[in-house]
Design a binder for this molecule. Structure first.
Ligand code: PEP
Length: 255
């Protein structure tokens, strides 16, 4: 499939930033800047406590709201966790799963990432599934194997029909929040490896229609070059999503 036929999705990951009042201010600043920009889907993944204000402030706009994680159980004794059903009822449409910060600091594994993915899909949420290698793995030349095995393990048991609600974010861990960015060629090549893995799992049609984002220090300066690559269908953006003018430039680069 021609890249032009796949949607482009620009998603912000606010991480643990912005109180509800600050979230409202940022969204009010961003709304007029991105309104009428039709070339891509715009998503803001925000902290749980900001969801209600974010959903309310973006009603009737071209901005969709996502969460940054979700638990795999429907309910129960999981203190501090949030279920897919809770997110759905709050108006959340997207959820990031398997972000490297969750894997690194909160002991998430491919097994729990897979459980969360299946639970979110079962509730009708769109999943932004993060995969990516650490620096040592890239230096050892095993990036392709790493992203391929993560993709396989994280999607185990996800059926072909549900793949329309899955976005994969290729996020090299060494590029997240570090100011180091994969070159457009590296991003394209590794997104291509993920696409080939999807082809083996689900066939060419699904592989060619799945949105694969790049994430890792994408910013107003480097976005256009990264987004121009044939296997890069959008971005997952941390730091630069906290500044409305920078995020808008990235949205414009995706037009
Ligand atoms: C992220 O948090 O997913 C991310 C890519 O962060 P940054 O853009 O700050 O590197």
């Amino acid at each position: 499939m021609d890249k032009a036929k796949r949607p482009v999705v620009i998603a912000g990951n606010w991480k643990m930033n912005k109180t509800p009042a600050e979230a409202k201010t940022l969204i009010e600043e961003l709304k007029p800047m991105v309104s009428g920009k039709k070339g891509c889907d715009i998503v803001l993944c925000v902290p749980y406590v900001d969801i209600s204000v974010a959903v309310e402030s973006t009603k009737g706009t071209n901005i969709k709201i996502g969460a940054e994680n979700v638990h795999f159980a429907e309910s129960g004794a999981y203190t501090g966790e949030i279920s897919s059903k809770m997110l759905k009822e709050c108006g959340v449409e997207y959820v990031i799963i398997g972000h490297s910060e969750r894997r690194q600091y909160f002991a998430e594994t491919d097994e729990t990432v897979n459980l969360r993915t299946k639970a979110a899909l079962a509730e009708g949420l769109k999943v932004i599934l993060c995969v990516g290698e650490v620096k040592e793995q890239r230096l050892s030349g095993i990036t392709d194997e790493i992203v391929s095995i993560q993709t396989k393990l994280d999607l185990a048991g996800v059926n072909a029909d549900d793949m329309k609600n899955v976005i994969i974010a290729y996020e090299p861990v060494w590029a997240i929040g570090t100011g180091l960015t994969a070159t457009p060629e590296q991003a394209d090549e590794t997104c291509g490896v993920i696409r080939s893995t999807l082809a083996k799992l689900y066939g060419e049609n699904i592989a060619e229609s799945t949105v694969i984002q790049y994430g890792g220090s994408m910013n107003a300066k480097n976005a256009a070059e990264l987004l121009a690559k044939k296997n890069v269908d959008g971005g997952l953006i941390g730091g630069a999503s906290l500044k409305a003018p920078d995020f808008t430039v990235i949205v414009e680069a995706a037009q």
